[in-house]
Design a protein around this ligand. Structure first.
Ligand code: DGY
Length: 316
């Protein structure tokens, strides 16, 4: 049986595919493959391992008559037309759990960097602008003791709450339903409106679905505190980017920390002009250990499906 991978992933995963005796084809270049390149790779494949950067749509799915499983090397799977895959009897798997802490760590890195102007300070130093300690030089916002609003109370939202506890923060959360785990961490379940009104730092941990598209839009920015900080390690499309840009320029937002963007890998050039934005290239799960675990997880599940077994992390 043949498997096509749209990019090289860590050997921990490849070994599993080899041991299963699969015929492995890996897209040979270190870039996102074009649609026709994915189609060429999967036309005779039984399995596909895709990245969140690959758009696996109807046309791609239809080009692979033997395809039985798509393993997405990510926890998010909004890049795949999962409903269509389901209709065609193709199983889709993802990699939840193993990237929770890495993503929560990056969320905190962005919170601290945005609140304390770390990147701006680094740039200032490299530009040789530091002329000595000054009472009002690069004043930021307190993280210790601040109110954090966590939107989404799944694994990553909970891991962020654990870290927030260590920073003595007042923790508010909003999600579709109340979560015992969050309550157990001392977090308070509130409406989206209350969260936006009360939080000094707002952080997003929801999947991107039609329901969460522009969850943070005009009205939500209006309700936010003046000088709030917005962190997005979820998906760019959850926030209306144009409104966010206006809020960053007007000072409504003190700062933003963004790991995800509209139409990645494109990034709105307006963001590059702003000093109060910290930008990272979608590296929420990018630690060596996490990426190795993700590789093991996605490959084991694909092998399970090809053997006719139930995968551990089935999306559809
Ligand atoms: C994922 O895996 O969906 C995350 O966006 C990684 O950062």
């Amino acid at each position: 049986m043949k498997i096509f991978l749209t990019r090289k992933i860590p050997d921990d995963g490849i070994k599993i595919l080899k041991n299963a005796g699969l015929d492995i084809e890996i897209f040979p270049y270190d870039r996102i493959p074009k649609k026709e390149e994915i189609i060429a790779g999967i036309k005779d494949a039984d399995a596909l391992i895709s990245l969140l950067a690959d758009r696996i749509d109807k046309e791609i799915i239809d080009s692979a008559p033997k395809l039985k499983v798509i393993g997405n090397y990510a926890v998010g799977y909004n890049n795949i037309d999962v409903e269509y895959a389901k209709k065609k009897g193709i199983i889709v798997t993802n990699t939840p759990g193993v990237l929770t802490d890495a993503t929560a760590d990056l969320t905190f890195a962005l919170i601290l960097a945005a609140a304390r102007r770390v990147v701006e300070g680094d740039k200032f130093m490299r530009q040789r602008k530091f002329k000595g300690w000054a009472p009002t030089l690069m004043l930021g916002k307190d993280v210790w003791g601040a109110t954090i609003g966590i939107i989404g109370a799944g694994r990553i939202g909970q891991a962020v709450a654990k870290r927030a506890k260590g920073f003595n923060m007042r923790i508010l959360y909003y999600s579709r339903k109340r979560k015992e785990e969050m309550d157990g961490l001392g977090a308070k379940f509130v409406s989206l409106e209350e969260l936006l009104r009360e939080s000094d730092i707002i952080t997003l941990h929801v999947p991107f679905t039609p329901d969460t598209r522009h969850l943070i839009d005009y009205e939500e920015f209006e309700i936010m505190k003046d000088g709030a900080i917005l962190i997005n390690t979820a998906r760019g499309e959850v926030v209306n980017e144009e409104v966010m840009l206006k809020a960053l320029k007007s000072g409504k937002l003190f700062a933003a920390g963004l790991d995800v963007f509209y139409n990645e890998p494109k990034v709105n050039p307006e963001l590059f002009k702003l000093d109060n934005v910290v930008l990272t290239p979608h590296i929420g799960s990018a630690t060596e250990r996490t990426r190795r675990k993700m590789a093991e997880m996605v490959c084991s599940d694909v092998v399970r499906v090809l053997r006719g077994e139930e995968p551990m992390n089935r999306v559809v």
